[in-house]
Each structure stands twice: as structure tokens, then as C-alpha cells.
Ligand binder design. Sequence first.
Ligand code: KIV
Ligand code: NA
Length: 263
Amino acid sequence: MKINVNTLFKMAAEGQKITMLTCYDTSFATLLDDAGVEILLVGDSLGMVIQGEDSTLPVTMEQMEYHTRCVARGVKNALVLSDMPFGSYQESPQQAFANAARLMQAGAHMVKVEGGAFMAETTRFLVERGIPVCSHIGLTPQFVNSFGGYRVQGKSENDAERILHDASALAEAGASLVLMECVPAALAKRVSDSIAVPTIGIGAGVDVSGQVLVLHDILGVYPGRKARFVKNFMAGADSIQAAVAGYVTAVKARSFPAEEHCF
Ligand code: KIV
Ligand code: NA
């Protein structure tokens, strides 16, 4: 069955966990699609896992279009979600629309935009013009230079309140998904309880509508430092297909993430 925004809302309403993995090429797109992964994220994490850069900032629109095309060709049922790369949407809603349209024409069904309440206007501008938006809040990796590193967000009550406000402003603006990265599990639950939009977590605990991880992390092939929220599903699996099936099963059964993966 083809996954669309309505499917995601229905799954969240029924308490069926949504599975998402990053994907950058056509072979993995087919493999993940066959495994029933609902959303394939063409993430700008490709800057790290594909290109060997040390952040997502160098990734360009041309590269995102290229990988979106590669993934879209391999997909039958999954929803293709593409990251808006650094510098492609921050200037104005108009700039965001022009670049988001390029990703949609390359085969994306939704685009992901980093940033909180200040991105609400741009979010509404895209949504009103036929481009579904996934909002990315909490640890937003394109802000690594402002954050001074990759660290958990929303630990103080002040920061938690800001993240709650970000989520409600973006939901109000029409976001189809709100993705939270590296926030305390208790805060992610508060956010999920406070908005009608499905939530996706990475390092955000189990009380969200779905989970995402970087493909290379679940397969244990990324040589870089492993974040606390990562689990290598190749351990004990005898094939890549089995590892991906293990991830899907664990997310659906709420056995991933476990306590040890959470903040
Ligand atoms: O680019 C990416 O892989 C992401 C996920 C970490 C959510 O944005
Ligand atoms: Na990203």
C-alpha cells in the first residue's frame, strides 16, 4: 500500500508505530521499501556517511536532488522525504518554495526543514502550495556551529518550554510531521501529547509516533563516533534484510528505543 500523509496520521491515531530510515540510493530504497519501512529519508546526513564531511553543512541542492532521484526510482510504497540542505530555505519562504519544488520534482513527497517557531511562516507557505513539510526540532544538526557541538536539547525547563512552543507553532502552521532529535524522552512525550501531528523521534524515547535512524548506523558500517541513541541491528542478523526487519519489528513492538538509548 502506498504511504501518504493520511496513512501517517491514521497510523499515529491508531497507535501503530511509524518506521523511518535514511536512504541515499536505489538499491537500498528497494530493500527498505520491501521491508515495509514507511518513510525513506534522503537525509543531509549523506554529507557525513556518503561524502565523508564532518557536518551536514557542505551538502548542496544538486546533491539532494541527485540522491532524491536515486531513491525515488527504487520505491514502490514508501513515502520519500528529502532534507532541505543548509542555505536552501532560510532566506525567505519564496527561496524555500523554489528549492522544495526542485526536490518534489526529483521525486520527494515531503521535505524536511530544520528550525523551530521561526520557520512557521515558511512552513505555512510551502504547505499552502502543495508541499508537505516535516519539521525538525531539538538538536538540529545544521546549527552545529551555533550549538557548539551535538548535544541534547531541552534539558532545562526553559528550553523544554521553547521546544513545546516550537512544536505547537509548526503544527499550527500545517506541518505533517514533527521530528525531534536528541531531547529527553519525557519532553518528547509532552510534545507528542500536546500536538495532533504525528511525531518522529531520534534519541527522543519511545513515546513518539515513530522512529528514525541513519541506515549506516543500524548496519554498523559508519566508522564515526556512535551516538547513544544508535543501535546496530546487524549484530546477530545474518543479512542486511534481516537487520532492517529487526529494526522494523523492534520499532513496531516498542522494544526500540530501550532505556539505554534515551536521554
Ligand atoms: O539527515 C538525517 O539523517 C536526519 C536524521 C538524523 C533525522 O536528518
Ligand atoms: Na538531516
